[in-house]
Every structure is written in structure tokens, then in C-alpha cells.
Design a protein around this ligand. Structure first.
Ligand code: DUC
Ligand code: ZN
Ligand code: ZN
Ligand code: ZN
Length: 461
């Protein structure tokens, strides 16, 4: 299969220029002006469009047992929604329960994805407890190319990790050169504050945020950073949501801690008043860390523009309205999560680039290139260069539309971003050289995605 993309304006993390891209098979074969189409090539006219490297979402949940229920997506629904929205690679988290065997979890999670994803995918290995088998399993999985771990400093008793296991996980990560991603909230403070609020009769979704306030996330962030400092491991804070936690992370970086920062799209655009809406309307906007006071958004945009926040992901985690009702009368029972995999790129482009809050190169970097570098996918992914995978997003900046659950492709019955305007969307998306989406519809091969085996951070071998 040969594809020639003509006259698009190529925009990468560091360059912007008009050229043609010739794709042969799965990779980019040539970039240049006035390339001629080989016999039988499909030609796509990208005049007036921007051509970005395929976007990477390093934080999604597809199969997730959580709070007695399961997130709603399958790889079929999540990956097609991702591709329609310009995301051509995602990293899911293997989330074994505390005592579950890690290899059983590996077979379960990888088996659910295999043959069902329309785009490439890979996994962070969730580490919960530490037993005799853990170290051997982790070495084996890393050798197989799963070169990042995930730990939860929150959620006592579910996926949460104790400090002793955290120390061992980080020590091993340092030895193996893998990056450890962490959900940073102080679990004990969350559980004490939840109990206190419930005892006071404060049971609605508006109490979710006060049960895990900004200080609790800042404390978790500082705690994780101290453990990184003591072990020398490389860390990555996921879904950082507020200015205090940002300060804790930047203070750690300033003293030399090897730490990357991710924020997720809901925290740039939605604030805690959404979760203060009565009843299930509020519950729809319950995620952790919670939506914050609006004053934090400026700090996040500024840090993103400066590159202090490295990446923008989603924490995509869809629960439907019936599941959100599980928390009626007790906010601690609302399954945490908001779907966003389809909307991240369009929202970041619209409220970042189009509305003047974000440089277009930083946009590409945060949603693709830097993510690929941190997680050992670069330069196969995250770049437009000869030899890179032909994951390409031909983006129409002139499109105008609105986000609505009715037109979304994720397996859910509401959108947390309902009614928000969109300035632009992908016109054509390719997954390793094959057209997979056109103008908001999936047109590709539903099982094209492969498991990506990654190299450790810092090496491109
Ligand atoms: N936060 C969420 O909102 N959902 C899934 C897990 C998490 O950490
Ligand atoms: Zn989390
Ligand atoms: Zn998550
Ligand atoms: Zn790094």
C-alpha cells in the first residue's frame, strides 16, 4: 500500500513546513516538495490542513475493575474512538488487585487487547503488593518490552501500594532503567477525610473534592519525589491537577529529582463546580484527583506552555450514568472517571492552540513527541521523519463543531465535555500507513493495532 499526502503543512514538535509525505507500507518513505505519486498510490490532498504525528495517550483505562464495577469500554470501542480523535497509540495500565498474580493479570489484560485494537497500544505494569514472585515477574515483563511501571499512592486496599513495596519497586526500576508512573494522593488522609465528611452527613458528589483536597495531592507528590530521590529512579506523576501539587513537583525537579509531569485534559477545562451540580450530574464529573477550583487552570496552562508539565493525557475511564448512580447517597461509592480519549486532541488544540494558550509545537510535543520519548517509543512514534511509523493526523483547523455524547464513539452515555465548542478536528488519520478515520468516522481495520514492545527510557535502540 502506497500513500501520497500532498501539500499539507507539516507541524512537529520543532518544525513547521509545507511538503509531501510518501508512505510505503507502514512507514514514511520520503518527505519532500513535489513528490510524484507511484503507480497505484492513493493520493490525499492536504492543502489547507496541518499534518501532525499521530498523538499518543499515555494514560487510559480500558479494562478496569474498579469500585465493584468495570469501566465500560472494550479495546474495540476505545481504540476506534481514539483514532477518530487523532490518537494512534495508547498506553493502558495493567491493574491487578492487591493479591492478584501479576502474570495472570498480564495474560488477562494483554489478551483483552490482542486482535481488538484499531491502533497500537502498550502497557504500564501496575505494581500493588510485593511478594516472592514480584521481582521475577517484573524483570520478565520489562525484558518483554513493557518498560514502565504504575503505582497508586491512593486507593488503600484496592490498587494502593505501601511504602516498603514502593521502595523495592523504585529500586528495581532504577536498576532496569524503567520509568515509574504514580498516582500521587495520600491514601490515609483521603480515607480519614472521607469518613469525617460522611459522619457529618456530607454525602453528595460535591464532597468528593473536599475529601481529597489539593494539599493531599501535594503531599502525595512530595512523598513520591522523596522516594525517587532516595532510590535514584525516574518518575512520572500522572494527572497532576493543581498549583500546590505542581509546586511540589517543580521543587523536586529543581533539586535534581528525575521527575516528569503529566496533566490530563479535564483539569485544564473543567472545574469543581461541575461536580457540585446536583445528583448524578455532579457524579458524572467525579474523577481522582478531583476537578479543582478554577484558579488552578491558569497555573496548568502556564506550566504546560513552559514545558514544566511534560505531557497531556486523559486518564480516560468511562463509567455510564447507571454506574455513576452507585454513589447516590455516598460520594465515596461513585466510580471515579471521565471518558476523554476521543476528545483530548481536539480540546487541547481548541483551548490551547486556537485560543492562544499554547504554542502549536508544544501542543505536538505534549500530546505526542515528548510522550514517545519518555516511554521509549521515539522515533518510531511521535515524529514525522523517514523511517517513522506512518501514524499521521491530517488536521482540519477550519472545522467547527461541538462535543456531544450523541456523536461520541466511546462506549458511554454521557460526555463530561457536553456542548463545548471545537475549533478543528482530524480530517484523515492513518495507522501505520492505512487510513483509519475520516471526518469523525472510523473507516479502518478494527484489528490493525499491535502490542508495542518498548525500549527503556533514554535509549532509542
Ligand atoms: N482516577 C480516576 O478518576 N479513574 C480511574 C483511576 C484514577 O486514578
Ligand atoms: Zn490515577
Ligand atoms: Zn488512571
Ligand atoms: Zn526522563
Amino acid at each position: 500500500m502506497t500513500l501520497l499526502i500532498k501539500n499539507g503543512e507539516i507541524v512537529t514538535a520543532d518544525r513547521r513546513y509545507t511538503a509531501d509525505i510518501l508512505v510505503e507500507g507502514e512507514t514514511i518513505a520520503q518527505i519532500g516538495e513535489h513528490l510524484s505519486a507511484p503507480d497505484g498510490a492513493e493520493v490525499i490532498d492536504a492543502s489547507g490542513k496541518l499534518v501532525f504525528p499521530g498523538f499518543i495517550d499515555p494514560h487510559v483505562h480500558v479494562h478496569l475493575p474498579f469500585m465493584g464495577t468495570f469501566a465500560k469500554d472494550t479495546h474495540t470501542t476505545a481504540s476506534q474512538a481514539a483514532v477518530i480523535g487523532g490518537t494512534t497509540t495508547y498506553i493502558e495500565m495493567l491493574a491487578p488487585g492487591g493479591s492478584e498474580d501479576l502474570m495472570d493479570a498480564w495474560h488477562l489484560w494483554s489478551g483483552m487487547a490482542e486482535g481488538h485494537s484499531a491502533c497500537d497500544y502498550t502497557f504500564h505494569i501496575g505494581v500493588t503488593a510485593w511478594n516472592d514472585a514480584t521481582e521475577g515477574y517484573l524483570r520478565e515483563l520489562v525484558a518483554g518490552g513493557m518498560t514502565s511501571f504504575k503505582v497508586f499512592l491512593a486507593y488503600k486496599g484496592a490498587f494502593g501500594i505501601e511504602d516498603a513495596a514502593l521502595f523495592r519497586t523504585l529500586t528495581l526500576a532504577k536498576e532496569l532503567g524503567v520509568v515509574v508512573t504514580a498516582h500521587c494522593e495520600n491514601a490515609e488522609l483521603v480515607s480519614q477525610l472521607q469518613a469525617k465528611l460522611l459522619a457529618e452527613g456530607k454525602t453528595g458528589p460535591e464532597w468528593h473534592e473536599p475529601s481529597r483536597p489539593e494539599q493531599v495531592e501535594a503531599d502525595g507528590t512530595a512523598h513520591f519525589a522523596t522516594f525517587l530521590e532516595m532510590t535514584g529512579a525516574e518518575g512520572y506523576v500522572v494527572h497532576l491537577s493543581n498549583a500546590r501539587a505542581l509546586k511540589a513537583a517543580l521543587d523536586a525537579k529543581a533539586r535534581g529529582v528525575n521527575l516528569h509531569i503529566e496533566s490530563v485534559i479535564p483539569h485544564f477545562l473543567l472545574d469543581k463546580t461541575y461536580a457540585e451540580r446536583p445528583g448524578v450530574e455532579g457524579a458524572k464529573h467525579v474523577m481522582s484527583p478531583p476537578l479543582r477550583d478554577k484558579s488552578n487552570q491558569k497555573a496548568l496552562w502556564t506550566a504546560l506552555e513552559r514545558g514544566e508539565i511534560d505531557t497531556v493525557a486523559t486518564d480516560h475511564c468511562p463509567f455510564d450514568v447507571a454506574q455513576k448512580h452507585m454513589g447516590d447517597g455516598d460520594f465515596t461509592k461513585i466510580p471515579n472517571g471521565i471518558p476523554a480519549i476521543e476528545d483530548r486532541v481536539n480540546l487541547l488544540y481548541t483551548y490551547g492552540v486556537s485560543r492562544g494558550n499554547l504554542d502549536v509545537h508544544r501542543f505536538v510535543d505534549a500530546a505526542s513527541t515528548r510522550t514517545a520519548k519518555i516511554f521509549g517509543l521515539y522515533p518510531k512514534k511521535g515524529e514525522i521523519a523517514v523511517g517513522s511509523d506512518a501514524d499521521l493526523v491530517i488536521y482540519d483547523p477550519a472545522y467547527r463543531g461541538k462535543i456531544s455524547a450523541e456523536t461520541c464513539h466511546v462506549n458511554n452515555d454521557y460526555s463530561g465535555f457536553e456542548g463545548m465548542d471545537i475549533d478543528g478536528r482530524p480530517s484523515v488519520v492513518t495507522v501505520r500507513g492505512q487510513v483509519a478515520a475520516r471526518d469523525g468516522e472510523f473507516v479502518g481495520d478494527p484489528s490493525r493495532g499491535h502490542l508495542l514492545r518498548r525500549h527503556p527510557h533514554g535509549s532509542t535502540a
